[in-house]
Design a protein around this ligand. Structure first.
Ligand code: SF4
Ligand code: SF4
Length: 165
């Protein structure tokens, strides 16, 4: 080691130059959660089970989404609609129980593609973090949109045949 090297001065100067170079550069990080990034148009996040214009649930519990799901994340139980329930469900059959295990889901969107009733969509919402595994089982209480607060479907789903929802 030379005398200068023993003083670590060149190494310190080199390190400081790297620091100063980065000070002048634009930050690549953001202050999450105060700031959030805009998602890509093709982003697929948390599911929503949609209602029609009259507020009735679109899902008819046909099970096609569950069959299409490669992660076997969807389970449901079907029931027959009664006369009194005509305002609640669009079809004669409906899902009395519908669950998605968000820990299994890989957000591939195949359930959305398989659905013939335009009932399930993946939105641009994030699945919130939880401490317990059981809290990631999302039932109808979390999946079906409320009549008062409809959930927007991202633009990517409006391409092609889906243009009137
Ligand atoms: S997004 Fe894919 S993995 Fe998730 S529930 Fe739908 S089909 Fe299954
Ligand atoms: S969400 Fe669609 S595919 Fe799945 S059970 Fe309901 S109607 Fe069938």
């Amino acid at each position: 080691m030379t005398f200068m090297e023993k003083l670590y001065i060149p190494a310190i100067i080199k390190g400081m130059l790297v620091t100063f170079r980065h000070i002048l550069k634009r930050r690549k990080t953001i202050k999450y959660p105060e700031e959030t990034r805009e998602f890509a148009p093709v982003y697929r996040g948390m599911h929503v089970l949609k209602r029609d214009e009259q507020g009735r649930e679109n899902c008819t519990a046909c099970g096609l989404c569950a069959v299409a799901c490669p992660a076997e994340a969807i389970t449901m139980t079907s029931a027959e609609r009664t006369k009194e329930q005509k305002d609640l469900y669009r079809e004669e059959k409906y899902a009395s129980m519908y669950e998605i295990n968000m820990l299994r889901c890989i957000f591939c969107g195949l359930c959305e593609e398989a659905c013939p009733k335009e009932a399930i969509f993946l939105t641009d919402r994030l699945v919130p973090t939880q401490f317990e595994r059981g809290e990631f089982i999302y039932g109808k209480d979390k999946l079906v949109e409320s009549k008062e607060h409809r959930i927007d479907i991202p633009k990517r789903q409006f391409k092609g045949k889906r243009s009137t929802i």
